[in-house]
Ligand binder design. Structure first.
Ligand SMILES: CC(C)(COP(=O)(O)OP(=O)(O)OC[C@H]1O[C@@H](n2cnc3c(N)ncnc32)[C@H](O)[C@@H]1OP(=O)(O)O)[C@@H](O)C(=O)NCCC(=O)NCCS
Length: 178
């Protein structure tokens, strides 16, 4: 892909109007995401499926359960980054998740997005701790977390059903008030 130094990378909150761009991106990245994603029904890979998915995420956001964002480059949507399963009270914690378009990998963009979300989580959302889990062989995702100041604190056996199988995960956390 040609590099344009004037293209501006940003993250911003997910909007209902993002569904059609997300639909195109999800279809184009189906093979790229499949090894790291839960099994998705065929309906997920349709425009209607993405509209429903986005509507569901926005409903959870309105209730304060999730903070869903998109990554954009020069205004075009190129990835997702989310804070999910927000727990308030004495925990003040959320689970971080992300993916980026395969053509935009390896340029430091996800690391930049994670660092931006860390600042948002601490300074605007008042969170104290972020956690993230990666499959044992997802070295790229582990590098993103380590380069963003996350520490590994263990391995959870058979934590998530990914691509149809219960998979062990390396667990990472970032304390926001150290
Ligand atoms: C994981 C993912 C988000 C990384 O996005 P990215 O924009 O390429 O990440 P960055 O460019 O910011 O950083 C990638 C890091 O991984 C490293 N890396 C990439 N592939 C690697 C590999 N196969 N082995 C070792 N390191 C690798 C890069 O060198 C870089 O580390 P460095 O800066 O220390 O050199 C992207 O590959 C993706 O979307 N994967 C599919 C979905 C997914 O796995 N999501 C996360 C689930 S936990």
């Amino acid at each position: 892909m040609p590099q344009d130094p004037n293209q501006r990378f940003r993250i911003r909150p997910l909007e209902a109007d993002d569904a059609s761009a997300l639909y195109r991106l999800i279809v184009a990245n189906r093979d790229h995401l499949a090894p790291w994603d839960p099994h998705r029904p065929e309906h997920y890979f349709t425009l209607e499926g993405q509209q429903e998915h986005v509507a569901g995420q926005l409903a959870r956001a309105r209730n304060g359960h999730d903070y869903p964002y998109v990554m954009t480059l020069g205004g075009a949507l190129i990835g997702r980054i989310n804070l999910n399963n927000v727990v308030r009270g004495p925990l003040q914690s959320a689970v971080l998740g992300y993916w980026i378009d395969s053509e935009h990998q390896g340029r430091g963009l996800t690391t930049q997005a994670v660092r931006t979300v860390i600042d948002l989580a601490r300074d605007e959302l008042g969170l104290h701790r972020l956690e993230a889990g990666t499959m044992l062989d997802n070295v790229a995702s582990q590098r993103v977390l380590i380069n963003s100041g996350f520490e590994e604190y263990g391995v959870a056996r058979k934590l998530l059903k990914i691509a149809g199988e219960w998979r062990d995960h390396r667990l990472f956390q970032r304390i926001l008030h150290d």
